[in-house]
Write a protein that binds this ligand. Structure first.
Ligand SMILES: [Zn+2]
Ligand SMILES: [Zn+2]
Length: 219
């Protein structure tokens, strides 16, 4: 039976870095970013991440990287894994946003070497129990990850919302989504889509995780 263990990985109470570990077959997957407290300290963040990575996991244990989107705070640690064979899964719309706006992100962090790039269009199952779910809103190419193990389901929602209250209320906030009618509508649809999966827990990049069922039970 596939046993999946999901843990946040980082020093913050929020969890911009995620590790999915499948046992007994090692399959580690990270969303790599810099933590909220380190947004202005990219280099120390990168160094400390490298140290943690070396202490806890070698790059040979990392099977894949999924960037929720390519804003700098979600790809700042990518270069630690550039140059090998680890695939980076990113929606095509993110590459297009970068192409259209040179200030969209730091391209040195966002763009893995060509052979490592895996371009996603919509949903894609990338490993047993690990499925990328397109969740546009915060950006046109934002994506989440559904992790399934037996009858258990967990979602890494990343920046599908800024705060979990937005997820509960199903709103696209000004803090998280540009005032664009299509993006706002897409953001709400993305929240509803993730909720429909009935995950036991949803992890976010900029606030603490939420257990939707527990919230419903308490309501
Ligand atoms: Zn962002
Ligand atoms: Zn962010």
């Amino acid at each position: 039976m596939l046993a999946t263990r999901l843990s946040s990985f980082g020093e913050c109470e929020t969890a911009p870095l995620f590790l999915i570990s499948n046992v007994p077959t090692p399959c580690d997957l990270f969303g790599l970013g810099s933590c909220r407290h380190c947004l202005d300290m990219h280099l120390p963040t990168l160094v400390s991440f490298n140290l943690r990575l070396q202490l806890c996991y070698s790059s040979s244990q990392v099977a894949a990287v999924v960037n929720s989107h390519l804003h700098f705070d979600h790809c700042g640690q990518n270069p630690a894994l550039h140059g090998g064979t680890i695939p980076f899964w990113v929606q095509a719309a993110e590459y297009e946003a970068l192409r259209q706006d040179p200030y969209y992100t730091d391209s040195n962090w966002a763009l893995a070497p060509e052979p490592q790039r895996r371009t996603v269009r919509g949903d894609e199952r990338i490993a047993e129990g690990v499925t990328i779910i397109a969740t546009p809103g915060h950006t046109a190419g934002h994506q989440s990850v559904l992790v399934e193990a037996g009858d258990r389901r967990v979602v890494i929602g990343a920046q599908i919302v800024w705060h979990s209250d937005e997820f509960t209320a199903e709103v696209a906030s000004a803090a998280n989504v540009d005032p664009n009618v299509e993006l706002r509508a897409a953001a709400v649809d993305s929240i509803k889509r993730i909720k429909a999966l009935k995950p036991e827990i949803v992890h976010f990049s900029h606030c603490q995780a939420l257990r939707p069922q527990r919230t419903n039970d308490a309501a």
